[in-house]
Design a protein around this ligand. Sequence first.
Ligand SMILES: Cc1cc2nc3c(=O)[nH]c(=O)nc-3n(C[C@H](O)[C@H](O)[C@H](O)COP(=O)(O)OP(=O)(O)OC[C@H]3O[C@@H](n4cnc5c(N)ncnc54)[C@H](O)[C@@H]3O)c2cc1C
Length: 244
Amino acid sequence: MNLETVLTVTHYSDSLFSFTTTRSPEIRPFKAGQFTMIGMADDDVLRAYSIASAPSEDSLEFLSIKVAGGPLTERLQHIQPGDQIEVGDRPTGTLIIDNLTPAKRLWCVATGTGLAPFLSIVRDPATFEKFDEVIVTHTVRTVSELAYRDLLSDLPITYYPTVTREAFETPGRITERMQTGALWSDLDVSPWSPDTDRIMICGSPAFNQELRNQLSDAGFTHGTNRAAGEFVQERAFVMQRVDD
Ligand SMILES: Cc1cc2nc3c(=O)[nH]c(=O)nc-3n(C[C@H](O)[C@H](O)[C@H](O)COP(=O)(O)OP(=O)(O)OC[C@H]3O[C@@H](n4cnc5c(N)ncnc54)[C@H](O)[C@@H]3O)c2cc1C
């Protein structure tokens, strides 16, 4: 673990915030989509965090849940610029574009803080060298949880936010919008096909499992570090269901 200094903190809601830190040379290079460990400087609690900044940036960025009574985030949510936190120096993980075979279109499908690895992926030029089109979907409970909305709207991607608990132009879970066909008609694209589409999934365990089953049934293969495939997910990612 390495001590890094907090540079900025942004709060979106009572359950979501992001922060940036210094990036010491001791932190090993990482690939967009990977995660590392985070902890407070003065206790032993460590938790996995996806890195939201691009691999080329001088600072590190993270998007975090605030869990009431959570061993890490009960404290982490109060960090201020100038504070120090511990950051693991060996980022790792399989939610990377190297584990996908080439295709026309990349879909990054996120719920809640599952957006974090995709923020790195859409800020990495390598993504746009590999795929002609990039579509990011982000499903959250409330509009205030649509973190990074301005950034995602400004990038050369298609950004498709959906909201489950408040009125919104594209309401509901992303899986519902697939089932009704609303997603495909809104974006004027065909439903996912192994010929044209590659899918990265990052959300709650139930959401990950639902999409994994759907993709396996449709003939998509899961990509790994040993053999690239047509979809990937970070199975270790822990999150609540967005429709709890
Ligand atoms: C590979 C990996 C990457 C991760 N990346 C991130 C990330 O980028 N941002 C992030 O906030 N968390 C991320 N997590 C979850 C993170 O490791 C912690 O669980 C989270 O920070 C809460 O820590 P805690 O000690 O306060 O509570 P914990 O004791 O860890 O969790 C308490 C409960 O809170 C809920 N919970 C935990 N994390 C989330 C979450 N992210 N969204 C919704 N509910 C949650 C779960 O129900 C969990 O049982 C990741 C986990 C893994 C395995």
